[in-house]
Design a protein. Structure first.
Lengths: 296, 279
């Protein structure tokens, strides 16, 4: 069962996903508890204009820098708009997402063949990950984990008791910005190697699945990382077996995501059972913030 | 030569119809904070569309079926105690999209269609697309008008509506299904990103000008159609992608509305000033 991974490109794909697993386990816990699913989805789209500008300005090397700049700009814009009060935060996120993505499309649409660039941006090329990309991901992973380690206590305080955190002297706006930037860094680290679909799934599904098993945050992070590792191994193996032995082309990114979602669906009944037994010890049951809120 | 033979004429008609339809459902999307649900729908109905085109059924039918599954799935998952709705919506979004992308990969030479599905190709809209959009516009408008009272009551005062004997869960599902049908209809013609922009931005802009639902709805429909026309003009004038320029026009209208409505409101009375600058 390890034989496919002795092929260099399979080994590199697994290494890249293992690095992402280390980062996405803990980050997805915050994405889950702070309900940042839409923000993560938006960030995967808003780095696109940065990728285009970076590529036009500096070739392949410029992409990461461009994406970093676009990611940070988005994080700042989302934090400012959601505190401004003119728009509800989900509408603000939708508008920033569509506007920035469209700027990217306007920029590429002036070049001749943009459809293949766009497709590879969306779906990634996990099987063609280069050692250089792995090194970039590793550096960003160290930065992200370092930021999380320093700020985890404050972030948890702000998540579950915003008023208390503000009274204790934490700057809520700064913490919100920090978390948005952390998510942006994850997206930048991952998006070129694995594509948007897989990044969104890695940021949302692990913690949502782990939440069915436990309500303790550190445990959720560990379970999330473990889940990603298992799904990465299983997905790559399945896509290898399907295409080598059976001649079916199964995209590896899709296979990994589908395994993650499968785990979520399988654990759903368990979660229902748990919440029935332990009534009242539910971590993210903050009341609906507005009477019209139905989703989000 | 028939007036409909010109691609730009068809695009103009489609943009007017889609803008009106998006404005209608957009008001509910913005007031009830369903933007992420809308985004999830645009991606999660993708496997339905692909499967329908593989087996050769009308793609709108495939999309509506997939959308109904997603809408009911979100409604069911968000009743789950340990799950928040944002996470449940996100799981359905990524699962659905991955399934669709996986299906696409099994077919050869599908990636062109995939791109046009995402960024839209309003200039290649067909007369059938126009017909479907018109029919759905009438149906959705009729449903929203007929159910206006319970929908409004449920949206603004859920406990009150329950006490008055409305089945709030059922009305939520009615609203989600109406949004779903609208999204599925306009996505193949104009693409996912433009659909989201046309649904959220004009309605959010209209919300800045009024507190009355009827005024907001009328304004949202008008602004949606206006963004479409302005964007098409800019696209042909400066030779950029049509979907992107319509999105940017809608965003500009929203930004202008936010600034202007604050200026207008902060002038006359003290209460107006209070409302314009919430603490």
């Amino acid at each position: 069962m390890i034989e496919p991974f002795t092929v260099p490109f399979m080994g590199r794909a697994l290494a890249e996903l293992a690095l992402l697993a280390l980062v996405c386990g803990p980050v997805s816990v915050f994405v889950f508890a702070r309900r940042l699913s839409f923000v993560s989805d938006a960030l995967t789209h808003t780095v696109f204009p940065g990728v285009v500008v970076g590529f036009l300005a500096g070739g392949i090397e410029g992409i990461v820098v461009g994406a970093l700049v676009a990611g940070v700009v988005t994080a700042v814009a989302l934090t400012l708009l959601s505190r401004g009060g003119a728009l509800s935060d989900d509408a603000a996120t939708a508008v920033v997402l569509t506007a920035m993505f469209s700027i990217g499309v306007v920029l590429v649409s002036r070049r001749s063949s943009y459809t293949s660039d766009l497709t590879s941006f969306l779906f990634g090329r996990i099987l063609t990950v280069t050692p250089r990309q792995i090194a970039e991901t590793a550096v960003l992973a160290v930065v992200i984990l370092g930021l999380l380690l320093i700020s985890a206590r404050a972030l948890v305080f702000r998540t579950f008791d915003p008023a208390g955190a503000a009274a204790a002297g934490f700057r809520i706006a700064g913490l919100d910005l920090l978390l948005n930037i952390i998510v942006a860094l994850v997206v930048v680290a991952a998006v070129r190697a694995v594509g948007t679909i897989l990044v969104v799934a890695l940021l949302i599904v692990p913690a949502a699945t782990a939440r069915m098993l436990t309500a303790r945050l550190p445990l959720m992070a560990v379970i999330g990382t473990g889940l990603i590792l298992v799904a990465a191994y299983g997905g790559l193996l399945a896509s290898w077996t399907a295409s080598v032995d059976h001649g079916i082309s199964l995209t590896s990114a899709s296979a990994v995501v589908l395994l993650l979602v499968l785990a979520y669906l399988l654990l759903l009944p368990l979660g229902a059972l748990r919440s029935r037994r332990k009534h009242g010890r539910i971590i993210s049951s903050e009341a609906r913030r507005s009477p019209h809120e139905l989703v989000g | 030569m028939n007036w409909w033979d010109d691609a730009l004429h068809r695009a103009t008609a489609e943009v007017l119809l889609a803008g009106a339809l998006a404005g209608l459902v957009g008001v509910h999307v913005v007031l009830r904070r369903l933007s992420f649900f809308t985004m999830a729908l645009t991606h999660a109905t993708f496997p339905g569309v692909v499967a329908a085109s593989i087996i050769g059924v009308n793609i709108v039918v495939g999309g509506v079926v997939a959308g109904a599954i997603v809408a009911l799935g979100v409604a069911a998952l968000s009743r789950h105690k340990s799950q928040n709705t944002a996470a449940a919506t996100g799981v359905l979004l990524s699962g659905g999209f991955a399934l669709g992308a996986g299906l696409v990969a099994t077919q050869n030479g599908f990636s062109r269609d995939l791109t046009s599905f995402l960024v839209g190709s309003i200039l290649t809209v067909s007369p059938q697309d126009l017909g479907t959009t018109a029919v759905v516009l009438v149906v959705v408008a009729a449903v929203l008008l007929a159910c206006a009272r319970p929908l409004r009551y449920t949206g603004f005062d859920r406990t009150g509506a329950q006490a008055a004997g409305f089945a709030t869960g059922v009305w939520d599902v009615v609203l989600l299904l109406a949004i779903q049908v609208a999204v599925v209809t306009i996505v193949p013609a104009i693409g996912t990103i433009l659909a989201l922009a046309l649904i959220v931005a004009p309605a959010a802009a209209a919300r800045q000008w009024s507190h009355r639902l009827s005024v907001i709805t009328a304004l949202a429909v008008t602004l949606g159609a206006l963004s479409g026309l302005g964007g098409l003009y800019a696209s042909s004038r400066w030779d950029v992608a049509a979907g992107a320029s319509i999105t940017l026009t809608a965003t500009a209208i929203l930004a202008l509305s936010t600034v202007l409505s604050r200026l207008v409101r902060s002038r006359p009375t003290a209460t107006g000033r209070l409302r314009a600058f919430p603490a």
